[in-house]
Design a protein around this ligand. Structure first.
Ligand code: AP5
Ligand code: MG
Length: 214
């Protein structure tokens, strides 16, 4: 099964994709994570993407589509969770091609419906484990033992440079202008399912499980 998680910054795409990967053996393909890795490694892609990401704007369609193509083969037949991709109509068309070339197809496009002002609060208080990437939040999800990752025991945590209010507002505007308009492309094909992304994490997870089936 191949699914897209669609929603504005902070909607919970990464949180739900990581859970699906852990519980169902599907593969999380996050273009945001791939780009942050490229920036950290100082690759040519990373050098191009860094300033664009820090401004909250979209990296070029060609770069992100190529990244997805590179990672799609590793997913094999386990099924992919596209997290933060596609974000434009051109990326949606590129994804159709990449899947068709491999004999795969899309099963569901799950839109996480959320309230944008609440999302700003989610994002600016978000942090992750520097070692394993497990997601946390200053208010909603602190580690069980203060300062120690629940998953891997690391004591190092980090925050994203684009998680400040001004950049978040730009990211939201980019979502409204360029990403939300791709929904009709999938609606025409009857692929869109909607989930209340403002519900608690476990309730969102249950709603997604109900869509995917056993
Ligand atoms: P990307 O990394 O994809 O960021 P984003 O879309 O802005 O989304 P986030 O990762 O911020 O949010 P999320 O939906 O994953 O939420 P999360 O689960 O973390 O992209 C970053 C940048 O890279 C872009 O701005 C762009 O420059 C570039 N880029 C990436 N892909 C691109 C593409 N395809 N094309 C062009 N450019 C691209 O949750 C947020 C917080 O809320 C967490 O703390 C979490 O614990 C908490 N939380 C989650 N769910 C709930 C809940 N139900 N209730 C309460 N708290 C919750
Ligand atoms: Mg994310």
């Amino acid at each position: 099964m191949n699914i897209i998680l669609l929603g504005p910054p902070g909607a919970g795409k990464g949180t739900q994709a990581a859970r699906l990967q852990a519980q169902r053996g599907m593969v999380q393909l996050s273009t945001g994570d791939m780009l942050r890795q490229a920036v950290a490694n100082g690759t040519p892609v990373g050098l191009q993407a860094k300033a664009v990401m820090e401004a909250g704007e979209l990296v070029s369609d060609a770069i992100v589509s190529a990244l997805i193509g590179e990672h799609l083969d590793a997913a094999g037949d386990r099924g992919a969770i596209f997290d933060g991709f596609p974000r434009t109509r051109a990326q949606a068309e590129a994804l159709d091609l990449l899947l068709a070339e491999r004999g795969h197809r899309l099963d569901h496009v799950i839109e996480l419906n959320v309230d944008e002002d609440a999302l700003v609060r989610r994002i600016v208080k978000r942090f992750t484990c520097a070692n394993c990437g497990a997601p946390y939040h200053d208010e909603f999800k602190r580690p069980q033992v203060e300062g120690v990752c629940d998953v891997c025991g690391s004591t190092e945590f980090k925050r994203r440079p684009d998680d400040n209010e001004q950049t978040v507002r730009t990211r939201m505007a980019e979502y409204r202008a360029k990403t939300a308009p791709i929904l009709p492309y999938y609606e025409e094909r009857g692929l869109v399912r909607r989930v209340d992304g403002m519900a608690p994490v476990d309730d969102v997870a249950a709603a997604i499980d109900a869509i995917l089936g056993a």
